[in-house]
Design a protein around this ligand. Structure first.
Ligand code: HEM
Length: 461
């Protein structure tokens, strides 16, 4: 199976797909049908695969958990996020945590880390619950009329409301349509720029450049206004923005500038709300397909909550709900691939990796690796029981990345997804609209391309 070749220097090269275009290499299938193409070559060639783009341009898809661990942890200092990631995302997040690097990133991470500890986050549970309750009236009405709707849209708005309130105590929900749309325009633009295309510089007034710049301007205006108002407030709300504004550098005693605050706020909005919305959307979709899982989940939720809304203390009594979320992120990882750039040359699994070349990790495929997941396509939350998890390599599952750049918001996301899912399942049975097409949109995060059209049926009514 392995097409191992040697260079003149005798280095072992990872296997390459056979059917490459003589000039474009794998550029066209990567551009047009990335996920299916990667899935096919993964089945053919396994754990590490070498691709050629335009002549002289190579990259590696790295899928074995031990190799993933090598890149994210063991040899992490040799891997940076690189231009493919930072360039496009940086257009919207500036120098925020997701895209900054080196000492600057380290300082910011240290400043922000305490705000994301489980303890600090527990105070946000009530907001998450209240925002979900605020949807009940709308969903009850729809349930009464058996009205179909796109639950992906509601999850996006709900998680945006929660992000706005926990981050800066501002109900962006009131303006969610405008704010959310601007975020979406910015997000799509970033996703598009991450594709292997030749990007038109931002200063060229193409319609999409202009649209993006207008969206960014409007987002900035809202965020700067919030920061400015906050600076004048004597008793600031106990939200993430307050924590960020109060944080001081240990050595210099310096606080973050307005620009840095803006970058971090936009970063947290961008990194935090859609990923969680997508997790919830896929989880609800799965429940429409898996009646046994739905029944078991309902049983747990009802026996723990007994009709009431959950509190932060209930979370540890909802292990099955949590496993449903975990299994959802295995099969539908919102961040479905992570690009890295090797700084110096390296060796992964005995194969040569050139310096300054791209290394692509891919949760979607590693999470379905048949050597580590039995019957990988099957939705089975109990894979995540402690017994069945033991012995599984750490990086067979990495929805939140790993190493020093691991997601800072993972606890936030798990708390939110578990609370919201428990609340929805306790109150409604969910049905997919017959014939509704489900396909992946891999533009940036792993979205359902046509949304997920469902009807809710009120339980016990
Ligand atoms: C299900 C939800 C989420 C998923 C799947 C997810 C996934 C990820 C992944 C894979 C990374 C690593 C990126 C890389 O190494 O290149 C990351 C980083 C990050 N995430 Fe999340 N995330 C989620 C929710 C959140 C939330 C709720 C927040 C904030 C409230 C957040 C904030 C961040 C930030 C700031 C980083 C950059 C951390 C750093 O580089 O120091 N994420 N996320």
């Amino acid at each position: 199976m392995e097409a191992i070749m040697s260079t003149s220097t005798g280095k072992r090269l990872a296997p390459m797909p056979k059917d490459q275009h003589w000039l474009f290499g794998s550029f066209l299938p990567v551009r047009n049908d990335l996920l299916n193409f990667y899935t096919r070559v993964f089945r053919e060639l396994g754990d590490i695969i070498r691709f050629r783009g335009l002549p002289g341009l190579y990259w590696h898809l790295v899928l074995h958990p031990a190799y993933v661990e090598h890149v994210l942890v063991r040899n992490q200092h040799n891997y940076r996020k690189g231009k493919v990631f930072d360039g496009p995302i940086g257009l919207i997040t500036g120098n925020g945590l997701l895209t900054s690097d080196g000492d600057f990133w380290r300082r910011q991470r240290k400043l922000m880390q305490p705000s994301f500890h489980r303890q600090a986050l527990s105070r946000f549970a009530a907001t998450m619950v209240a925002e979900t309750e605020a949807y009940f009236e709308l969903w009850d009405n729809r349930a009464r009329q058996s009205e179909a709707f796109d639950v992906a849209q509601d999850m996006a708005l709900l998680t945006l409301n929660i992000a706005g309130l926990t981050l800066f105590s501002t109900p962006v929900g009131e303006k969610a349509d405008a704010f959310g749309q601007n975020l979406r325009v910015a997000f799509d633009f970033v996703g598009f720029r991450m594709r292997p295309t030749l990007p038109v510089p931002l200063w060229v007034p193409t319609p999409s450049n202009l649209r993006f710049k207008a969206a960014r301007r409007r987002l900035d205006a809202v965020v700067y206004q919030i920061i400015e108002r906050r600076r004048k407030t004597l008793n600031p709300a106990p939200d993430l923005l307050s924590m960020l504004m109060a944080a001081r550098d240990e050595e210099t005693g310096e606080a973050m500038s307005d620009t840095q605050l803006r970058d971090e706020v936009i970063t947290l909005l961008l990194a935090g709300h859609e990923t969680t919305a997508i997790t919830l959307t896929w989880a609800l979709y799965v429940l429409t397909r898996e009646p046994a899982v739905e029944a078991r989940l309902y049983e747990e939720v009802v026996s723990v909550l007994r009709g009431a809304s959950p509190t932060v203390e209930d979370l540890r009594r909802l292990p099955y709900t949590r496993m449903v979320i975990e299994e959802t992120m295995r099969l539908y990882p919102p961040a479905w691939g992570l690009p890295r750039e090797a700084i110096h040359e390296d060796e992964i699994g005995g194969y040569y990796i050139p310096g300054q070349s791209l290394v692509a990790l891919n949760q979607f495929l590693t999470h379905r690796h048949p050597d580590f997941w039995e019957d990988p396509e099957r939705f089975d939350p109990e894979r995540f029981t402690p017994e069945r998890s033991s012995g599984r390599p750490a990086f067979a599952y990495f929805p939140f990345g790993g190493g020093q750049r691991v997601c800072i918001g993972s606890q936030f996301a798990l708390m939110e997804a578990t609370l919201v899912l428990a609340m929805i399942v306790q109150r409604y049975r969910i049905r997919l609209v017959p014939g509704h097409p489900i396909e992946f949109d891999t533009m940036f995060t792993l979205r359902p391309k046509y949304g997920v059209r469902v009807t809710f049926e009120r339980r016990g009514k």
